[in-house]
Design a protein around this ligand. Sequence first.
Ligand code: FAD
Ligand code: UDP
Length: 378
Amino acid sequence: MDLLVVGSGFFGLTIAERAAASGRKVTVIDRRPHIGGNAYSEDEATTGIEVHRYGAHLFHTSNPGVWEYVNRFTTFTDYVHRVYTNHKGVVFPLPINLGTINQFFQAAYSPEEAKALVHELAGEFDAKDAANLEEKGIALIGRPLYEAFIRDYTAKQWQTDPKDLPAEVISRLPVRYNYDNRYFNDTWEGLPTDGYTAWLERMADHANIEVKLDTDFFDESQPLHRTATVGQLPIVYTGPVDRYFEYTEGALSWRTLDFEQEVLDVGDFQGTSVMNYADADVPFTRIHEFKHFHPERADRYPADKTVIMREFSRFAAREDEPYYPVNTPEDRAGLVAYRDLAKGEKDVFFGGRLGTYQYLDMHMAIGSALSMWNNQLA
Ligand code: FAD
Ligand code: UDP
């Protein structure tokens, strides 16, 4: 074995695939019973509808190198992601665009009229010196739209006062003064034609790659555990960085999600793949309806059944799956300390979402793994 990879998510599999293609023998271990990390999907048993087990995953990128790379393992459908939101029992398009604004104000504003109105409603706040999510939100769309679509959804998603959240959280969502309601701005977008798991399996399908599932790096009863391997061969570690160092610098905080899945005896529950719920009196943040991710499979999926998943957000305890880094000032200080410790670990390379404590979209995880391979490992 030339390389041990801990974690079979997109980061670990990209490293493994590159190493195998260059003639190295690689072992990938994962503590879960399946490969693929959080992008893993499986067909729901009674309907055959593909369900993303760890939350809906939409692939999008503007990076030509990543796009070329991922197309070696899968083709993509022409799915374009659109999201709607339910506020006080009325459905509006997201991200906030001229359609949302005109529906909200029961008006027919032109782009210039809408900009002038939002500017007036934003009042005292200016987007470029917004100090937190609330100020940024109000500066971008004005207080009435902020209070309708952002304030309570954000409170449910983060359980943190929007005044204590970084302004960048909201910068992910564009505001548009036209009727374009594509959720992403990227050059390429789509879903893997044969599903995520087929794509992930193709990445691991190489004579030089051995995958061992149900294998925890910190489990002393399995032969590839930490004390038996660190210092003996290069290791790419994509698990949580604080866990690696036994939480000596404190536990980094994460948000986790609970998913409530249901098979319904209706052909179409909500008419679209993702419906957000903007208001505080609905406990979940959104409902996913998976058949809408693949309209091209209509002849394969049952016409009289559908699978939906309600998503609930809360702070993660140590035994929960970590999903979103919270990134408080204490977390950032802890991360700096862990980065210093990581530099001292001979031949251990920390990567991916958990290993670097960063929110990474799939194309970013793959892109940073390709960089690590080219610049440090190859
Ligand atoms: P992961 O996929 O988390 O893989 C890490 C792996 O390491 C896991 O399989 C884990 O079991 C394993 N591991 C951890 N500790 C150990 C250990 N001790 N021993 C052995 N194995 C271990 N990205 C998008 O581009 N579009 C989206 O729409 C999107 N939606 C998302 C929705 C949600 C709810 C979440 C949480 C993420 C979403 N992402 C999305 C991000 C995407 O999931 C990540 O980019 C991707 O998972 C990163 O891959 P990774 O390899 O870094 O981490
Ligand atoms: N957001 C919101 N209302 C919405 C959708 C998003 O307030 O209807 C805010 C919220 O703070 C969220 C952030 O915008 O955390 C980013 O939204 P995105 O849809 O990108 O979140 P993700 O899909 O990563 O959960």
